[in-house]
Design a protein. Structure first.
Length: 247
């Protein structure tokens, strides 16, 4: 049931994103957001050329605003070899690159999102959560960087620590269960790594502080459409340890 609801939510967000993008660009063609490309499908090669001439500058600005890397315009008969617009090259040509990239002016209309109790569900997070639901053995977690709150946790991840239920675990901040010196090291590592994925070893405890565990997890950063920054982790290994000193 949860999987179906997430898929419906993803479709709603995708449909709304397409509607907003086409409205902002003043176009009436089918649009697909795929990986880092915005794909537009028109009815003829002539329409593709006209669109690329008339809307090149606007499509480039909106492409960067929506955090995508290129625009591809496809046309019959085979919908291959699209006309590709490189927004950075176009805006450099028009001496507008620095203004567009540095100021990051958002779309005129806010991007689509769904707000849960403690999480704004967006296009950036949905594929991660759906993958975890489809693979229930993954020990995954999502931590919001702004307050270090663990807002998403898989059942498999919650099972690593005794006496910790899934609901309670998503109300904790890292300072509640991390060994504090490890947490300080993690903050430094995150700043140094930036967008690069990395592995990290840390010690954590259950709510009763009766059991300590050494965790090894992989981490990477996701920044969503609303400028919220999250750290995504998947556990690689865990073993119980004696309590560390000075706790």
């Amino acid at each position: 049931m949860a999987m179906e609801l997430l898929k419906v939510a993803q479709q709603i967000i995708n449909d709304e994103a397409v509607r907003l993008f086409t409205q902002e660009c003043g176009i009436h063609y089918p649009v697909i957001f795929e990986n880092k490309s915005i794909k537009i499908y028109v009815q003829s090669q002539r329409a593709a050329r006209v669109l690329s001439w008339q809307k090149c500058y606007l499509l480039s600005k909106q492409c960067i605003s929506w955090n995508y890397q290129k625009v591809e315009i496809y046309s019959p008969p085979y919908y291959c070899s699209p006309i590709t617009i490189n927004p950075y090259a176009i805006l450099t040509k028009y001496c507008d690159y620095q203004d567009s990239v540095m100021n990051k002016v958002p779309p005129i209309i806010a991007k689509a999102g769904i707000q849960f109790d403690n999480l704004k569900l967006s296009q950036s997070l949905l594929p991660i959560i759906i993958r975890w639901i489809e693979n229930p053995n993954i020990k995954g977690a999502i931590v919001r960087i702004s307050d270090e709150r663990q807002i998403v946790l898989t059942e498999a991840s919650a099972a690593l620590i005794s006496g910790t239920d899934l609901l309670g675990a998503t109300k904790r901040k890292r300072s509640d269960y991390w060994y504090l010196s490890d947490l300080s090291d993690m903050r430094r590592e995150t700043k140094q790594r930036g967008d690069s994925p990395f592995e990290f070893r840390w010690r954590g405890t259950n709510e009763q502080r009766s059991q300590w565990t050494l965790f090894v997890s992989s981490y990477y950063i996701v920044c969503d459409e609303f400028s919220n920054v999250y750290q995504i982790s998947e556990n690689i290994g865990a073993e119980q340890i004696i309590p560390p000193p000075t706790i």
